[in-house]
Each structure stands twice: as C-alpha cells, then as structure tokens.
Design a binder for this molecule. Structure first.
Ligand code: 13P
Length: 247
C-alpha cells in the first residue's frame, strides 16, 4: 500500500539553527512509529546542512532555481538541494506566486529542473478568495506541466492549497477538497491518460490541524497533507501523523 504523504512546510521558521535541529529531532522521533506515513520536512535552505534526513523523516526544499549554476545571486540549484540530502522540493507555493511574482511559466521551468536533478517536485496550485477554483487550477496545471513528459509525471506531487485557507484557520471543507481532488485528476487524465494520472499523488494544504487531518484522506481522496503552521509544533504535528496513520 502507498504511504500517506505528510509534508511540513516550515516557511521562514524557526529563527535559529539550534531551534531547527531541536524541532527536526523531535519530529523525526515522533514519526518513526508511523508505518503508513511518509514524512517530508521542508525547512529554510540555511538549515538543510545541519539536518540529517532518515527513512522516517525525509528532507525537501521550499523552492528551487530553474538554472543549474551561474551568476544568479541568492538562488539555490536543484543539484545543491540534492547534495544536501533533499529528495523533494516545493514548487510554486502561493506565497512565492503572491509576494515574489512567480508565474506559471517560471514554475514550469523550476519543475523541469527539479525533475532533471531527480528531485520530486510538490507543485502547489489553488485559487485565491473570489476566484473560481476550476479556472485557476486548470491554468496552473496546464502551464505548470507544459512539456513534462509522460515518463516524468508520476514523480510529481500536486498540492491543492486554496490561498484563502492558508494560515487563516479557515480550512477547506472536505467536500470542496474532494471536488478539487477530482478536478485535478480530471485535468491530469486529459493531459496524461487515466493510468498515469492515477499515479500522481494529490495532497491538501491550508489550515490543517490534528482535528481535521483525517477527513482529507478519508473523505476527500487526498493522498497526503501539506502542513504549515501546525508543523512548527512537534506535538501537534505528531498528532496529525497519528490521525492519518491510523485510518
Ligand atoms: P498553514 O497550514 O499554516 O495554513 O499553511 C499551509 C501551507 O501554506 C503549507 O504550504
């Protein structure tokens, strides 16, 4: 059976390498017992070298640049992430789209580079308040996945993160998350055929807590969760892990 994905996006937290190590160690310890869950921690880049991934707690980057090397001040390449032990990378998070002007075209280049360096990209899609989910997600998927070959698509994870649910406590209902999961499957089926579309894990993110975590897996057909705020609290994160491990 495929493991349920539990991804922690620490965003720009915590504020010191020491705190990052303490949190990582606590989380790693807590998730060891979760046999049905694959845990992936995405810390800020600067902490990656001091965190040692294991079978139970893998590492991911929060972003990646679209070129391999060269004069790109401040950027981090996919190979650098892989070299630091990352197996995954978040691409196209709504905060980067919103505050850093990332377009679907840029996100497409980043996805391709991540795949080229054998990282598994977690492509984030989702609508803002007042936008229509289908219209936005279809565009984000179609442009984001342009020229991604059939042979590569099963290495991508799609994260549905409605922007209005991120960090607001206003989590998406399990019905709406189910509609989004089915819609994403439909678009993937149109692009890659049903057989391959079914191999692409679709996960949910946005105000996930221990009390609502299991609903997204049980009722919304999600293959996992992408957790922001609650991933900074080792105990709450462990409870989320337990809730989805015991389904
Ligand atoms: P919150 O869990 O804090 O709502 O953040 C979700 C998110 O953006 C994860 O990438």
């Amino acid at each position: 059976m495929k493991k349920i994905l539990l991804v922690a996006n620490w965003k720009m937290n915590p504020q010191s390498a020491k705190e990052a190590r303490v949190l990582f160690d606590a989380v790693s310890d807590n998730v060891k017992k979760l046999k049905n869950v694959e845990t992936i921690i995405c810390p800020p880049f600067c902490y990656l070298s001091s965190l040692k991934p294991s079978k139970s707690a893998k590492l991911g980057g929060q972003d990646v640049f679209w070129e391999l090397q060269g004069a790109y001040t401040g950027e981090i390449s996919a190979r650098m992430l892989a070299d630091l032990g990352c197996e995954y990378v978040i691409v196209g998070h709504s905060e980067r789209r919103q505050y850093l002007g990332e377009t679907d075209e840029i996100i497409n280049l980043k996805l391709k580079m991540a795949l080229k360096c054998d990282l598994k990209p977690i492509l984030c899609v989702g609508e803002q308040t007042g936008q229509e989910m289908g219209e936005v997600v279809e565009r984000q998927l179609k442009i984001g996945l342009t020229d991604i070959a059939k042979a590569q698509i099963s290495n991508i994870i799609i994260a549905y993160e409605p922007v209005w649910a991120i960090g607001t406590g206003n989590a998406c209902s399990s019905d709406n998350a189910l509609s989004a999961a089915l819609f994403i499957k439909k678009i993937l089926t149109n692009l890659y055929g049903r057989f391959l579309a079914e191999k692409v894990p679709i996960i949910y993110g946005g105000s996930v807590e221990a009390r609502n975590a299991a609903d997204y897996i049980k009722e919304s057909q999600m293959a996992g969760l992408l957790v922001g705020g609650a991933s900074l609290d080792a105990e709450e994160f462990a409870k989320i892990g337990q809730a989805i491990n015991n389904l």
